[in-house]
Design a protein around this ligand. Structure first.
Ligand SMILES: Cc1cc2nc3c(=O)[nH]c(=O)nc-3n(C[C@H](O)[C@H](O)[C@H](O)COP(=O)(O)OP(=O)(O)OC[C@H]3O[C@@H](n4cnc5c(N)ncnc54)[C@H](O)[C@@H]3O)c2cc1C
Length: 293
């Protein structure tokens, strides 16, 4: 079955090559599918061999543990990379880059989603995480999501009010998102571009974009800002081997070189404990943690 896959199949592939943190042990079986049929074959193989499946989009929100992943990892960046525009709608494959989609839409005087500019993501990863900023979440623009069930059947899902949560999309269990339909709005390209420049400038001045990270580590607790809490407990800039709670934005942990997942998890543990002790608040990770303990 694996032999029928037309995309790439690799064994013991280091996931540090596929995460923005540059951290992560090997995936036993690593598949970069070429199309939906390849995904179906990989899911069928995993089902037959009773192996777990993990999905990686662009790997921008992932912490993969040092021992890696036993099972099948499907990497969708570089696959399903086509976007089509019809009227004020876009239909994008799960592997389309979010920034590329925003730029293509802007060139057609279609906007709305420019509030998501600068978020490194594939469409699949952005939908799965309901990526966004306080100015807008991708879920606000999604009119349909297309996915493959673990048994290989295709499904279409029309989101309603409860479909997206804070950094979450409540997809059917085990579903692989293969595409989405987005509702855009007419807006002159020049206005969109001006807006994007301002947003990117703000992002650059507030986030440690020059260093490897996975974005915000923690969800903001109700009516609080995680970065502020971490700063108040004196952990901004705290280092553990190659890992650092960013001195620029305390909700980022950066890999300054040679950091392991254990280093990041160590800093997370200290942070969780300190914030719990000082404020009685339990921080919940926003980053997705995968792999063998
Ligand atoms: C410098 C930096 C800045 C960031 N700023 C922001 C920000 O402002 N706002 C924000 O929301 N996020 C931000 N992030 C986090 C990250 O960009 C988002 O979470 C993004 O949505 C991740 O997309 P991805 O394709 O890389 O997904 P991945 O990190 O690869 O995966 C994330 C999750 O989605 C699942 N997934 C991915 N693709 C699929 C699929 N096709 N089907 C089913 N499940 C799937 C994965 O299994 C995983 O659980 C930032 C990250 C970095 C590094």
């Amino acid at each position: 079955m694996l032999g029928e896959i037309r995309g790439e199949v690799r064994f013991k592939e280091p996931l540090s090559f596929h995460t923005s943190l540059r951290i992560g042990g090997p995936a036993d079986i690593f598949v970069v599918p070429q199309d939906v049929e390849d995904i179906r074959l990989a899911l069928g193989f995993a089902e037959r061999e009773q192996l777990p499946v993990e999905i990686v989009g662009g790997g921008n929100n992932l912490l993969v543990r040092d021992r890696g992943i036993r099972g099948v990892v499907l990497k969708l960046e570089g696959c399903l990379g086509r976007a089509d525009f019809r009227g004020e709608e876009a239909v994008a494959g799960a592997g389309v880059g979010l920034s590329a989609l925003i730029r293509e839409a802007a060139a057609l005087n279609l906007g709305g989603i420019e509030c998501l500019v600068g978020i490194p993501a594939t469409i699949g990863g952005a939908v799965a995480m309901n990526a966004g900023t306080p100015d807008g979440w991708i879920g606000d623009f999604i009119s349909a999501v297309y996915f493959l069930h673990p048994d290989g059947t295709l499904g279409e899902f029309k989101p309603n009010n409860g479909s997206f949560g804070h950094r979450a999309f409540f997809a059917p269990p085990g579903a692989v998102l293969v595409g989405a339909r987005l509702q855009l709005h007419r807006r002159p390209q020049a206005e969109i571009q001006k807006d994007m420049r301002q947003r990117l400038k703000h992002k650059k001045s507030t986030q440690p974009l020059a260093l490897a990270s996975a974005g915000c580590v923690w969800k903001n607790p109700q009516s609080e800002v995680a970065a502020r809490l971490i700063e108040k407990v004196g952990l901004k800039g705290k280092r553990h081997n190659g890992a650092e709670i960013s001195a620029k934005h305390a909700n980022f942990i950066v890999n300054r070189g040679g950091a392991t997942a254990a280093d990041i998890l160590g800093l997370m543990e200290i942070t969780r404990e300190r914030v719990q002790n000082h404020f009685g608040l339990t921080l919940e990770p926003e980053i997705r943690i995968m792999g063998d303990k």
